[in-house]
Design a protein around this ligand. Structure first.
Ligand code: NAD
Length: 476
């Protein structure tokens, strides 16, 4: 396979002038491509190009923007096999899931925002000071959005950022993760078929240099990041530099799963098969820590252990695998380190807990029984690792969940709707599922609280996040 490795600026590919970064195949550790970074001048060129393109795109009608996005959605579907090939090999994801799940979602996100562009809700014009003063609200685009994407869902996270921003009339300079730049560089050529030059530009490179140069550029009006909490802090500092920039932060998570005594345990275990282990657990919403009523703790532990023993992982091109390798050797070492320290701290490794022999950055699906204070129960692991901790009372579990620094995703499991709603309403999390976990709808917002960040992806709420509300008052 050959890969597009050049930057995409002003509707054309351009070789990067900065240092080349290696892009690997996580399933084998082999080098896939060397991707040259953008240098400072090229980041500046991308932003000034986007700024120039905004003069026209910001004034395009909702109908024109909608048309482009709907066509992009169709083109992604038409090229889904080829896009899935690149995404699967570069991110180590099972091909069949990328094709049927993630690429279908990428197309759906462009299609949804294509429709949303023409349906922004508004407040009727009205007279508030007197009947002579008519107040009108406008929702205008902001200008150039700097988008910074992570490696765990390279195309999907790029779609979550590009589609609402462009639907609202902004222009974008996006930087993919240095680990997984290849699929977005390919997607750029599809976007360019339907969007005017300069509306979406892609620069490659690392975070501290290229990312930092992008987010501090004076012509950038808003920074949208999906990434680590540490990177979120860097964005907030950059946003308060020489110019004041709006920020949109989707950061880490550590999703609690509160399992009450009357929960449907078989449904729970079957749901966690995917909700905990999809993408090798490298998912900010992954159901990664189970808080279970002590009366059913042994049953849940035994059934989870059996389920984990039946999980199939391996080479992404195989038709039977449920997850593939971790993204890098460093990420695998990080995950193994959490498990080793949990073991030393007295945690019980109920299943897995080892690095398998052979090539590729694989790690066994793992279940650790550990007390609430253990590091592995508190910190984001971002791997195929589940913890289980028993509670004596649902209020205890609620307290544990809300004591977390994170506030992204959570779930509550009970057949008693009063108990379930009572807990759900008091959870400090942007997303709470009841009797399920990890199910997304493009029409519904996704976002966090506390150190998980703020701002919504998906839904009309996201499109609104990429606009500026303006009050116009007309005296007559
Ligand atoms: P990361 O923060 O290391 O990198 C994310 C992106 O930020 C990369 O493109 C990187 O190059 C860039 N970056 C790093 N430092 C930067 C800086 N100083 N200035 C500008 N850009 C910089 O995160 P990652 O390891 O790629 O992704 C994993 C993290 O993303 C996890 O914490 C995960 O929970 C989070 N995540 C959150 C969501 C969500 O919706 N909340 C979704 C997916 C992933």
């Amino acid at each position: 396979m050959t890969y597009e490795t050049r930057l995409f600026i002003n509707g054309a590919y351009m070789a990067g002038n900065g240092p080349a970064l290696p892009s690997h195949e996580p399933a084998t550790g082999k080098l896939l491509a060397e991707v040259a970074s953008a240098d400072t001048g090229q980041v500046d060129l991308a932003v000034t190009t986007a700024h120039a393109a905004f003069a026209k795109w910001g004034k395009a009608t909702p109908k024109e923007r909608s048309r482009a996005l709907l066509r992009i959605a169709d083109a992604i579907e038409a090229r889904a096999d080829a896009l899935a090939d690149v995404e699967s090999v570069n991110a180590g994801k099972p091909w069949r899931y990328v094709k049927a799940g993630e690429l279908a979602n990428v197309a759906d996100v462009f299609r949804y925002f294509g429709t949303a562009a023409r349906n922004v809700p508004g407040t009727p014009a009205n007279g508030f000071r007197s009947s002579r003063h008519t107040s009108i609200l406008r929702r205008d685009p902001l200008g150039v959005i700097a988008s910074i994407a992570p490696w765990n869902y390279p195309l999907l996270m790029a779609a979550w950022k590009i589609a609402p921003a462009v639907a609202a009339g902004n222009t974008v300079v996006i930087k993919p993760s240095e680990n997984t730049p290849l699929s977005l560089l390919f997607l750029a050529s599809i976007l360019a078929e339907f969007l005017p030059e300069g509306v979406v530009n892609v620069v490659t490179g690392d975070g501290p240099n290229v990312g930092q140069t992008l987010i501090t550029h004076p012509l950038v009006r808003m920074i949208s990041l999906t990434g680590d909490v540490r990177t979120g802090r860097a964005v907030l500092k950059a946003a308060a530099g020489d110019s004041i920039k709006r920020t949109h932060l989707e950061l880490g998570g550590k999703a609690p799963v509160i399992v009450c005594a009357d929960a449907d345990v078989d449904n729970l275990v079957e749901t966690l098969r995917e909700a905990s282990f999809y993408n090798a657990g490298q998912d900010c919403t992954a159901a990664c820590r189970i808080f279970v009523d002590q009366s059913i703790a042994q049953e849940v532990t035994d059934k989870l252990s059996a389920m984990i023993g039946s999980l199939v992982y391996g080479a992404p091109e195989r038709d039977d695998v449920e997850f593939g390798p971790l993204i890098t050797a460093a990420q695998r070492e990080r995950v193994a380190g959490f498990v080793d320290r949990a073991r030393q701290a007295g945690g019980d490794i109920v299943a897995g807990g080892k690095t398998p022999e052979g090539a590729g950055y694989y790690y066994e699906p793992t279940l650790v029984a550990a007390p609430i204070t253990t590091e592995i129960v508190q910190k984001e692991v971002f791997g195929p690792v589940l913890t289980i901790t028993a509670f004596d009372n649902p209020e205890t579990a609620l307290g544990w969940a809300n004591a977390s620094e994170y506030g992204l995703a959570s779930s509550v499991w009970s057949r008693d709707s009063t108990l379930a709603m009572n807990l759900t309403n008091r959870l400090e999390y942007g997303v709470t599922w009841v009797n399920t976990h990890g199910v997304f709808a493009t029409e519904m917002p996704h976002g966090g609280m506390k150190n998980s960040g703020y701002g919504s992806d998906l839904s009309m709420q996201s499109l609104i996040d990429y606009t500026q509300v303006r009050h116009i008052m007309v005296a007559s």
